[in-house]
Design a protein around this ligand. Sequence first.
Ligand code: SAH
Length: 399
Amino acid sequence: MAQLILMPGKERSAMKRHPWLFAGSVGRLEGRARPGDTVEVLSDNLKPLGRAAYSPSSQIRARFWTFDADESVDDAFFKRRIAQAVARRQALPELRGQQGLRLIHAESDGLPGVVADQYGDTVVVQLTSAGADKWRNAIVQGLLKATGCARIYERSDSDVRGLEGLEPTVGWLHGAPAEGERPGLVIDEYGVKLAVDVVGGHKTGFYLDQRDNRAWLRSVAADKDILNCFCYTAGFSLQALAGGARSVLSIDSSGPALAQAQANLALNPQLPAERAEWQEADVFQALRDFRKAGRSFDLIVLDPPKFAPSAAHADRAARAYKDINLLGFRLLRPGGLLMTYSCSGGIGLELFQKIVAGAALDAGRSARIVRRLSGTADHPVALNFPEGEYLKGLLVQVD
Ligand code: SAH
């Protein structure tokens, strides 16, 4: 095994068990290693620090698989780590029995670059690092063993693969359906049925991280006029209808997402379809148009896509968050509620709160945070990996 030797003084982050080694902290590679190969990591005075996946084209030059310098990284390693991740979720009552569940949350489950989501009997994996890509087969075997699932589909088409020198890869890894056939996956989320398109949908098909927030919306929706911005396949909208909303207007710029959203409503004949309105539009424009038309709402959900994938995009992203939040505040009736989110890694909670505060100020609204909204327990944040906390949300009540 090749050895990756750090620059003097650069072992501190590894000692704190942070899983990333940046290019600037790496001194030299002794021996040969191809992308994704496991290397032994040592401090400059040759103290062993653990074993990591080497990624020569990435700024994150290596990602630790283990901080135990004697632990082998082999098929059994992946079986163990995957079984642990699945068991961790089974130990939490709120996650037991969920049909849609994140099984592996990458670094926070000790598996850098590996995401796996389960929808019923199908698991979708996304591999975003050179190391994860290398161990594809072991990961598939580990998932089969830990879950007994019928099918595994790979959705490794995220842009971040490019940073690791990897091409996009999608396709069935296990239990492929017959040619041309797509498995009709439907999950039940707190009493609402949602179809998940693992092949054509966003990311791995669905945004499981908002499950609890959707359920919370249901609990306050009664008799409210609700605006759901960036609705995707209507997860929030359907819970709002289930909670007795007077009306739910849902906006997304994606035609296919809206088509799926409406199909999802049809899967739930118990819900009052006549209270739902759909609009294919750019949220930035639509909110301005509502203002001109004098429309207002009791509750607004703002769950935009990642405006800042990294800190380098933070400035432009901050302006976009400010803009939609300002427009949102202007459309709220007295006493109204704003559920506002950022899923940008490049925007921390403190900054997000400042942006929302600035938006309220500019909109001339006095408002207070009444609850902090975060991701679900199947998207844990490892204490040694604060970067895992990508989803930040605030529930804000205006006067
Ligand atoms: N709230 C959703 C997830 C939102 S994902 C849920 O609970 O499932 C973000 C969505 O924003 C995507 O569906 C994407 O199509 C949409 N989107 C991105 N930019 C947009 C824009 N400018 N205007 C409207 N929708 C947009």
